[in-house]
Design a protein around this ligand. Sequence first.
Ligand SMILES: [Zn+2]
Length: 559
Amino acid sequence: RPLLIILGAIALFVIITFALAAAALGTLNKRFNDLEKKLVTTTTPISTTTNSTPSGSLASILAETVRMQDLLIHLKQFESFARENGNTRAIGTAGFAQTVNYIENQLKTNSYSQLQVIRETFPIQNFSIKGDPILSWSSNGKTENFTYSTNLSRTDFTYANYTAAINLTIYELVQVKNYGCNKDDYANTTGKAVLIMAGGTCTYAEKGELAATKNVSALLFYNHGSTTSSLAPATFRLRQANILPALSLSYAAGRSLFNLLNSSNSVNVTLEIQRENYGTFDVHNICAHTVDGNSTKTIMVGSHSDSVPAGPGINDNGSGSAANLVLALNLARLYSSNSYSKYPYRIRFCWWGGEEIGLTGAIYHVQQAQNSSTPDDLKLFNNLINLNYDMLGSPNYIFGIYNGSSAKAGTSQKAINGSIRVSEAFRNWFNSQNLPWDYTDFSGRSDYGPFLAAGIAAGGLFSGGDGTKTETQRDIYEAKLGQGYGGLPGATYDPCYHKTCDTLKNIDQFGYLKMVQAAAYMLEFLGNQTDLVTWLYPDGRPTQIQLPEDYFPNSDYYV
Ligand SMILES: [Zn+2]
């Protein structure tokens, strides 16, 4: 009987979620055509003679070249790569390989010899769990096994992705304080197995990484049980570099260990996890830089090219990948036209692989770029700014601007100052276009993270993911865009975030076009600065441009 009630509740929840998502998409997409028409009529003709005084309504020649049909051509390609390959473009799949090949091919064939294309390749581990993992506890002379099943609703525990293997081993068990998001939570845990509750302000991967720095021996995560969907063991990924055996327990199993720890002097747990290793598979970054421009002063424009396994990732991040491609190809076309003044800086466009498992492509690039063996013109310190575009076409969108002043503690103040200038320049453009805008998270949860952590200013746009649009936002957007165009308050910005339904239908074309125009404007605006170094770094650059030893990506939306 209780099971039926739970199933009923879940079914109802699923139905409501889908209904809301469908309603949101339908309503928003219908409104696009009207809104586009309305805006087109207010657009003044474009002059394309010189870029020192762009006279078009978008205040940027490059922005005037952005056409929705070009973006759609790329998005349709991405969608078909997913459709033909199990509805995903995640790393390790043919959908990802085809995405990367397509981007590389476009850059090589359509850039009028203005861009030099480089492919970076790095390995990712590939393995599965062999047999059934074992977990048991013993306390006060009593021993009990937990049940393992591959059926999540029936099992007491499952393994964490990227768990280490371990032969049958006994550990003393201790409870981690709070949620295990701070170093202090791991007092007296050296050499022991730790019990960690789900939740808090950090990801599973971050907990795993913190625990490793405290020389913990094994990780037992358990779900928090506060909703019906958080009773079964959670599935999530640790860092690829994780070295600890790690299991994910149901709320009931975790709670029973918690109670034992609180009623007994000592609890031991026994673990066994066997892995089948399949070696590694390759992941790729594609970068393309302008042949012209000062290589020691590089403007980088990045976006990730991989999706999550769960879906085709057309908004996340086909939208950013296609935007980046249109910027690169349109800039190359302008460069080849002779009527457009080339920027004094090198521009490098990059498509990062493996963002969804922890910014792996961007981190690999940063690490390579600070290697002494890297050619001077490709060194990390040449990068003055990293512009990042990850999700630009959310159906219930906001015009989100990374808020430069909300960087994580420990970020170089000089890099923050430059980032704030970029945030303000984006804000000024949206204001000049009479468009609404919001400041959004800048805590390093996308590929700009390792660049910012290394002391390089960063900026970018984000149309919203699994956050919820507020009434206030709706009112502000409606006031600017017209009645009925403010989106749906109470609904997430992207109801298909990391889901099967993140298809072309999930893109709001009006919001998307404006975001890509803003990105184009920013590239041209920075490219035309007479002294970009001083503009970004009025107090000079940080003395060291380097990824800190203890850097770990604040990435995992994907948990
Ligand atoms: Zn993304």
